[in-house]
Ligand binder design. Structure first.
Ligand code: ADP
Ligand code: MG
Length: 141
């Protein structure tokens, strides 16, 4: 599906509707340029999955893991130039037993587990974003 959202709140609400169809072990790739709304999307999804604290882009680490009824992982691979087995060893725990959202998924190359859903955000104007979601099966949105 593809739609245009008119505010960060609308992007969060769209993410929440996707999140309701997710379960432990699912990976969601969230692609798009800087400022496109990837972290906003992940925040909406994480809230819907029961994460109550702040959800911000991981800055000093590659990922965050949030406790929730189903734990939620949020990775930002922006700084990753490529993955070798040692680096994958550091990342793999984020995917264990979680619903995992991955910003800059293209930086993981072939290492990323197959996403249940792939989200691509792009700028339309200051407040509008185009959001395309494709799924391995119907992600429920
Ligand atoms: P990214 O993680 O892709 O770099 P962020 O989610 O951190 O992007 O930032 C997106 C910025 O764009 C935020 O400041 C947000 O408030 C703003 N914004 C404006 N309109 C929208 C929209 N429709 N959807 C998502 N974010 C939006
Ligand atoms: Mg971000």
């Amino acid at each position: 599906m593809e739609t245009v959202t008119a505010s960060p709140e609308e992007t969060e609400a769209l993410a929440a509707s996707l999140a309701r169809g997710l379960r432990a072990g699912d990976v969601v790739a969230v692609a798009g340029e800087l400022g496109a709304g990837k972290t906003t999307f992940v925040r909406g999804a994480a809230r819907a999955l029961g994460v109550t604290g702040p959800v911000s882009s991981p800055t000093f680490t590659i990922g965050h893991r949030y406790e929730a009824p189903t734990p939620v992982a949020h990775l930002d691979l922006y700084r990753l130039a490529g993955i070798d087995p040692a680096e994958w060893g550091d990342l793999e725990p984020y995917f264990e037993g979680t619903v995992a959202f991955v910003e800059w998924p293209e930086h993981a190359g072939d290492w990323l587990p197959r996403p249940r859903a792939s989200v691509t955000l792009s700028h339309v104007d200051e407040t509008h974003r185009r959001v395309a979601i494709t799924g391995e099966d119907d992600p429920g949105v």
